[in-house]
Every structure is written in structure tokens, then in C-alpha cells.
Design a protein around this ligand. Sequence first.
Ligand code: HQG
Length: 182
Amino acid sequence: MTKHRKISKFLSYVLRHNPGKIGIQLDEAGWVPVNELVDQSRKHGMRFTKEDIKEVIRQSDKTRFIFSNDDRYIRATYGHSVPAELGYEPTEPPQWLYHGTAERNIESIRQSGIQPQNRQFVHLSVDKQTATQVGQRHGKPVVLTISAKTMYNDGHTFYRSDAGIWLTKQVPPSYISRQTER
Ligand code: HQG
């Protein structure tokens, strides 16, 4: 694994799931001072600089992390299991969004819809190709099509993250179809 990929995985873990692992706390919106993150990471065996983090962001096709305007704070843009009020505005989604999952989850999703599982939100992609990649992380990928606009019109709330990934609390079965050719 490249150095920057390793840093990216480490930051995802700490900033989304377990800040306590390196003795830091996220504020209520998920932010942490960059200096503190770098110092505490070093004390726990992960050595990198602020510039390394910028390189991680530049190299990735996903904006997983973002700096505050004054450059002093950083947070994950999505994916949290720990509480974080990200402050994204409720936004009208496109007509269709996509969710990549593994074949073995399909029966359960058919019964209970797409649930956030360990995370705060269900994560949805704007294109099928990205959804396929997301699904591949779990097994044989299946892409589900979500009638996002209809869901929205029915009163469900959607947020567009700073990474362009869409977030919603859960997707009931009636808005999900497996037929992906539209
Ligand atoms: C599945 C990555 C059974 C769900 C990705 C998924 C994404 C159910 C798994 C982001 C279910 C949860 C999030 C149900 C949902 N029964 N299985 N009722 N409801 N599931 O990793 O969406 O690269 O928490 O389909 O690209 O895969 O890390 O969510 O398979 O954007 O930056 O339960 O994380 O981004 O898995 O991934 P996850 P996800 P990064």
C-alpha cells in the first residue's frame, strides 16, 4: 500500500469511527484541529504532515476529507459512525440515485430497505459505475436504483455531501429497484 493510501485509511478510521483511538475528540460538527490530529497520530505511530494530508486529498478521486476555510481544522466529508452534525443543507436529489451492495444483502434489503447499518446515513452515488465499485467492496456487486426524487417528494430528506455522495437516513423497499437500465 502506498504511503498516502495508508494515511487515507488511517484518517478515515479516526475521523469517521474512532477518534478516541488516538486520544482526540471531534467537535459536534466532526472537526478536529489539524495540529492536534498530526501530533496525536505521531504519538500513536502514524507519522505524517499537514502537507501529506493535502496530497492525500489531491491524489484521491473522492473528497474524503476537507479543511476548514482558515485551514486549521479538518473533518471527514461523509461515512461517519460517530455522531457528527455535518450541517449539509437538505437538498432536492436527482431523479435517480444508485446504491452498490453485495448480492448476499439483497434479500434482507428487499425486506427492510437500505439501512445505514453502522453509519449515520445511507450513502448513495450519482452514477452506476461508482455504485458498482462501492458494491465490490462487499462481494459480488449489485447496483440498486433508488427513486430519489419520488422519495424526496414523499417527505424524505436528502443531503449532498462535500464529496458529491448523497446521504439519507434510510431507503424503504418501495423506492428500490434492481433493474438498472433506465
Ligand atoms: C448493506 C465508502 C443487509 C449496504 C463507499 C452495504 C461509500 C444491508 C452495507 C461509503 C441493509 C453497509 C459507504 C439491509 C444496507 N440488509 N445489508 N437491510 N441495508 N445494507 O460500508 O454504502 O471509500 O457501511 O448495502 O464508497 O458500502 O470508505 O456502506 O453493503 O461511499 O471513502 O450494508 O463508504 O467510501 O456498508 O459505503 P457500509 P457503503 P470510502
